[in-house]
Design a protein around this ligand. Structure first.
Ligand code: APR
Ligand code: PHB
Length: 388
């Protein structure tokens, strides 16, 4: 049977970055991905990098395309009551801004770096099963083969096989479903301005974002069971303009889809020799654009713990992995839930709740301290990269 030190399930940001970090430390891994390379490199997902994620990419030799393609902003705008007000994150944090760099571009950079380094990435591997995670030699098994591992990293996302391989009684799952979702578009239309605009509107949340100087990305809050086909492009553009109090540049739609809104955490993030990282362990509402950044924070902690194990024979990092990650996960969950509640219209809320929400936003916009707290969380909590 084949053997590797770390078997990684999933070639998304978590799995690819973990493989990259381990390779830099001389630790071999095999990544098994069920989709094709083309599919994962074309999958339109999030688009914002925290300050720490930009540093991580730069420090690990992955910054070249990002330097050329990324869009850098000082802050964001918040639109409410027909007014847009700017929040300067650079000023509030002493230099941390917003970096727009699409997740699929990060995935392309990671795949290219792994293949160039001779990394073992295997695409279109169907039917992966995890065996023996409670024992000394876990295995990844699929119809085409099997690999014995020292450890397995479950980086296969919310719907993956890894978390499902843990006995239910060994996990505690925390869920929040929302009575709304996001109806999003991606259009060949130059962004009408540089910085993102978030809107709190009586009709619901809206967000103007972008992917490049040529591509506009935008979302409106919709019903959780919304049918995107019910909306014409014109109706969606009109609703965006109305809620954001702007006039977006319009163009052909490349994508129109509904993004579900959910919050989820699985505890612990370890079972025997299986470690969960990224969306396989947690989902945060997309409002704070935290998913990829949180996945990176997990695998920085996991790679650090594995390096410590192989170099010093010390399992302390591995034993602390779940608690280390969950401390950050819950802080990011808190921020993402807070930002979601602040800007969305909850159909279950009465007028009292609605006025409380409006007052919370007005307080934020008028308080240096509140804006600093927003900026600190939005640009990213500190990420220890000392040994990366
Ligand atoms: N076998 C092999 N690969 C799998 C399996 C499986 N059974 N199930 C899922 N995968 C793959 C998916 O095809 C995907 O490429 O695992 C990968 C998981 O990647 P992500 O879902 O991107 O999760 P993660 O790497 O944790 O990154 C989190 O990415 O999807 C966004 O919103 C998410 O921004 C967040 C970030
Ligand atoms: C996006 O561009 O997809 C995006 C940007 C900011 C968010 C969420 C999503 O808060």
């Amino acid at each position: 049977m084949e053997r590797t030190r770390i078997g990684i399930v999933g070639a998304g940001p978590a799995g690819l970055m973990l493989s990259h970090l381990l390779a830099r430390a001389g630790i071999d891994s095999v990544v098994l991905e069920r989709r094709s390379r083309d599919w994962i490199e074309a999958r339109i997902r999030a688009g914002l990098l925290e300050h720490g994620s930009v540093d991580l990419l730069d420090r690990t030799g992955l910054g070249a395309r990002m330097e050329k393609l990324a869009l850098r902003h000082r802050g964001i705008e918040i639109s409410t009551g027909g007014r847009r007000r700017h929040i300067d994150f650079m000023e509030a944090t002493g230099g941390k801004g917003v970096t727009v760099y699409a997740q699929h571009e990060v995935v392309k950079d990671l795949v290219a770096a792994r293949l160039e380094a001779g990394g073992d990435l295997r695409f279109e591997v169907e039917g992966v099963r995890l065996e023996g995670v409670d024992g000394p030699e876990p295995r990844l098994v699929w119809p085409g083969g099997a690999i014995a591992c020292d450890f397995i990293a479950g980086c296969d996302g919310y719907h993956g096989v890894s978390r499902a391989s843990i006995p239910p009684e060994a996990l505690t799952l925390f869920h929040r479903e929302f009575p709304y979702a996001w109806l999003g578009l991606l259009a060949e239309a130059p962004p009408f301005q540089d910085e993102l605009v978030y809107a709190r509107h009586e009709a619901g949340f809206a967000l103007f974002s972008m992917r490049s100087p040529e591509l506009t990305r935008a979302y409106v809050q919709c019903r959780a069971d919304e049918d995107p086909d019910k909306w014409t492009a014109g109706e969606l553009w009109d609703e965006l303009d109305r809620r954001l109090a702007v006039q977006l540049n319009r163009g052909p739609l490349l994508l129109k889809s509904v993004t579900p809104m959910r919050a989820f955490v699985a505890e612990p993030m370890r079972h025997g020799r299986l470690f969960l990282a990224g969306d396989s362990a947690h989902i945060v509402p997309p409002t704070g654009a935290k998913g990829m950044n949180l996945a990176f924070a997990d695998v920085v902690a996991l790679s650090r713990a594995l390096v410590r194990y192989y170099r010093e024979g010390d399992e302390a990092g591995l034993d602390a992995y779940s608690d280390t990650c969950l401390a950050r996960v819950w802080k990011v969950q808190r921020f993402s839930m807070w930002m979601t509640r602040l800007l969305h219209r909850d159909p279950a809320h009465d007028e009292f709740e609605r006025r409380l929400g409006a007052a919370e936003l007005e307080y934020l916009l008028g308080s240096d301290a509140a804006r600093r707290a927003l900026a600190e969380n939005y640009t990213g909590l500190p990420l220890d990269l000392t040994d990366v």
